[in-house]
Design a protein around this ligand. Sequence first.
Ligand code: ADP
Ligand code: MG
Length: 585
Amino acid sequence: MKETGNLSINSENFLPIIKKWLYTDKDIFIRELVSNACDAVTKLKKLMLMGEADHIPAEEAFQVRVLLNKDEKTLQIVDNGIGMTDEEIKKYINQIAFSGAADFLAKYEEKAEGDNEIIGHFGLGFYSAFMVANKVEIDTLSYQQGAAAAKWSCADGIDYEMSDGSRTERGTTITLYLSEDGEEFLDETKLYAALHKYCAFMPVPIFVDILSKEDEAEETPAEKDNTIHISEEEAASLTKEEILAKAQEKTEKTEEEKEEPKPLNDPSPLWLKQPRDCTEEEYKEFYHKVFFDLNDPLFWIHLNMDYPFRLKGILYFPKLVEQMDVVEGQIKLYSNQVYIADNIREVVPEFLLLLKGVLDCPDMPLNVSRSALQNDGYVEKMNSYITKKVADKLNQLFKSDRSAYEGFWDDIGMFFKYGCMREESLYDKIKDALLLKTTDGVYETIAEYLEKNKEKHENKIFFVTDEAQQAQYIRMFKEQGLEAAILTSPVDKPFVSFLEYKNPGVKVQRIDADITDTLQEKKDGEESEAKKQADEYANTKMETLFREALSKEDLKVKAEHLKTASVSAMILLSEDSRRMMEMME
Ligand code: ADP
Ligand code: MG
């Protein structure tokens, strides 16, 4: 059988489009080809479940192999999945953008139970191979009984050639003859990097083989040491049976040491398990492994939703790294266990970007290159679901163990304040669990703070932004039995205004602004005439002094008496003026 033809696409400009526009990162071909191989296995497993492939043993070891041959400059992706007949090659490969995955799903929709775990659906992924190869071959044998192996070969993605295939076992071998553009993948570190990036959690075990003459020459395979060493005296004291037993033991040990090779990937990632089946250790281990963070996370949220859309994942709240100004999280996005990208702002609710986690959203409407979204209705729904989960978790921690919760607060407070400002609905859900750490060394909710201090100052929250700089004021406050919230992180500045906005009637002000009302003695009875005069004198004097010093004609200065032992005089700047200045900055 030999047949040639022209790919049924009307444009010869097709490959340049793929190369330049569709896929920005070259290494994406790994994702596409390995995910196709996984799909091939998933499809076959589905058929087996439906009783449509009974000739295949149930315990079949499905796998994907990636073979790099440095001398031949080829890279092969080999699977033992569903395979293709030559008719199927014509349909799924020659007709570009006719997605076989969509076709398969449509065909088995009613019959297939459960979810659609098939990765492909754009029908273009295969052609990403031409980003790194000048020639691509498919050698494939369909699972169908009596099927003939078929081969497809295409140089530069323009003309194809089909002939009889050489595979004798079911499955597909894709061979890439790496072009100059793809030569970098002859370096196995590059290859491994791409595999770890995109395939770490793909659903079928993946194994890698690197072939190179050079390596073979270097590697003089050390003779397996199967001899047993027994001294003459020892030998004399042992019976023949005992010596045989020793030898036997040795062989068994060597065999045990030859462990089963481990796949590169973890085909059943933790996020897909039911939360009730996961242990604390597993969550921590997964965190350390995926985020290269040796610290334990503080706590985590396991998202597990099937309806009305599927969303699985784990969000971790990391410990803040001391002295780090920028908090940088990492949210890894997956679709059906295939890595898409990190921190996609269009998809992941912005406040989550401070956390670390994995999100697997198979229903996400991605575009062909899978790096961007096609519409955002989905994002909104996902957003509100995640927000609710985060709020629930926080409230539950707050209620179930207040002291542990307070222990977390310094680490998570900044995240939640930021989250509330970004997502007002989050504030509404968690406002009763937001804490203020005060100069008394305690943690209070806003309601608790207001209640505790209402005798001294009603509906006012005082705060400190710099404990060293404002030490004087803190001391003065303490002398009078007052306390202030410590709000020193960068999010606190806008958060103060946000708190006022969300709590109408409550004034939030810095410890060195507008505090005279609070500090002064309640005016009981007449003020002495002398004091009044002194005040007026001070006022005019001070105003003139400051106006001159700052050359500001219209400066307003107000002098007042203080009721405090530790300070004889202090300069205060009103809360509103300061905030205005901060805003200008
Ligand atoms: P998609 O995966 O979105 O369907 P692709 O361009 O990646 O599109 O692949 C096109 C089609 O080619 C697949 O849907 C599938 O039918 C077929 N195909 C590709 N690779 C394999 C493979 N390894 N085994 C069996 N069929 C394959
Ligand atoms: Mg595909």
